[in-house]
Write a protein that binds this ligand. Structure first.
Ligand code: ADP
Ligand code: MG
Length: 369
């Protein structure tokens, strides 16, 4: 799939812009703070319904404005698809081919994008929270129900933790929360285990290609709860761990075990890259993990996701740049960069080039090469 036009109204520093894109490669240049990432964010919210940079939708409304509207016209499987998001105060809605929707889950499964930003290069080296986020983001996109489940789990976890902080323990209530957590947690663990299995295969292949067979990447799902084959068994397992840890949890006044503490173990040639990888190895592995998402989306949905590369090209060496740009020839690409170095220019395939200045996008005529 690809995006043909994007219309931005009062979105971040864009007041009223309409941009037409190339079906294959779009390079967005511009000095810092001009709106390159805002543009990427604008495309991405049409697939996720929320920003990859902030938890607060309101932050995306232009300063001193009271609403925003982002509308994209896509081509998917040869058909036109129109997706719009509007936010005015607390009122948030999506309009998909003319039909109004309210829920985030209704938006997912229409537009597929994969964002890759400098933050993502740290997936392997950063703390577990980043790796959980990586799993969550991708699972949201492929499985709207996962999103609902995660919300349910977080709510139950919060309630349980509050309960643990009370002077007088309400045991009956604790058992109820334990049950919620176990039920929901089992579904989450199941989905994650399946996701990691697939990502493992895809990222291993990609890593193999990037490193010319030098690094054998492996990704394992690492949980502090033993994994079971079925959801029912998983639920029982979580319940028993919660019961086992009850004293400890009461003492610490928080829930010590569960998928909220999950991690991914990432190894290359058997070495744990989180702790022992060189910076280069960690970044290459991160690249392989992110690109595995494209393959996973392709396999699950038959769609080619739009790849949004925000400011990462300049962070990579020439070989990695080349790989990134030329290995996904069926995917529409967006590349942002403050400056195009000679190296980067050399690597870019033909497409359109834009310059952003203070929330205005100019299409620079002529192709890249
Ligand atoms: N809600 C907003 N309303 C108006 N301008 C905003 C808003 N949020 C961020 N900006 C502006 O957007 C600019 C940053 O845009 P960004 O896309 O991150 O820049 P870059 O081109 O470096 O990627 C800053 O000038 C910032 O003031
Ligand atoms: Mg930026």
């Amino acid at each position: 799939m690809y995006i043909e036009t994007l219309q931005l109204n009062n979105f971040r520093n864009y007041e009223d812009e309409k941009i037409e894109f190339d079906q294959r490669v779009n390079v967005v240049t511009g000095k810092n703070g001009q709106g390159k990432t805002n543009l990427i964010e604008g495309i991405n919210i049409l697939s996720m319904g929320k920003s990859f940079r902030t938890l607060f939708d309101m932050e995306m409304v232009g300063f001193e404005k009271d609403f925003f509207r982002v509308k994209g016209l896509f081509v998917k499987g040869g058909e036109n698809l129109s997706v719009e998001m509007r936010l005015a105060g607390k009122d948030r809605k999506f309009i998909i081919d003319g039909a109004e929707k309210k829920k985030n889950a209704d938006l997912l499964e229409h537009v597929y994008t994969v964002v890759f930003s400098p933050e993502d290069l740290k997936i392997v080296s950063d703390d577990p929270e980043k790796r959980r986020r990586f799993m969550n983001r991708e699972l949201f996109q492929l499985k709207p129900l996962y999103y609902m489940e995660l919300l349910r789990y977080k709510k139950a976890l919060k309630s349980r933790n509050l309960l643990l902080k009370e002077e007088q323990l309400n045991e009956d209530l604790l058992l109820i929360y334990d049950d919620y957590l176990a039920e929901s947690g089992a579904r989450i663990m199941n989905d994650r285990a399946m996701f990691v299995e697939r990502i493992n295969t895809f990222s291993r292949d990609i890593e193999d290609r990037i490193t010319g067979g030098k690094e054998e990447l492996a990704v394992h799902y690492e949980s502090n709860i033993e994994q079971e084959k079925t959801k029912e068994a998983q639920k029982e397992r979580i319940l028993s761990v919660l019961a086992e840890n009850r004293e400890k949890d009461l003492e610490k006044r928080s829930t010590s075990s569960g998928p909220h503490r999950d991690d991914l173990k990432i190894t290359s040639n058997g070495i744990d890259l989180r702790h022992f990888g060189s910076r280069g190895q960690q970044r290459t592995a991160a690249l392989s993990l992110k690109l595995a998402e494209l393959k996973l989306i392709r396999e699950e949905t038959g769609e080619e996701a739009i790849l949004l590369l925000d400011d990462v090209l300049s962070e990579l060496d020439e070989e990695r740049q080349h790989f990134l740009i030329h290995s996904f020839e069926k995917n529409q690409l967006f590349i942002t960069a403050a400056e195009l170095s000679e190296n980067m220019k050399k690597n870019l395939p033909s497409g359109r080039i834009y310059e952003v200045q203070n929330g205005k996008v100019n299409s620079l005529t002529g192709s890249i090469t």
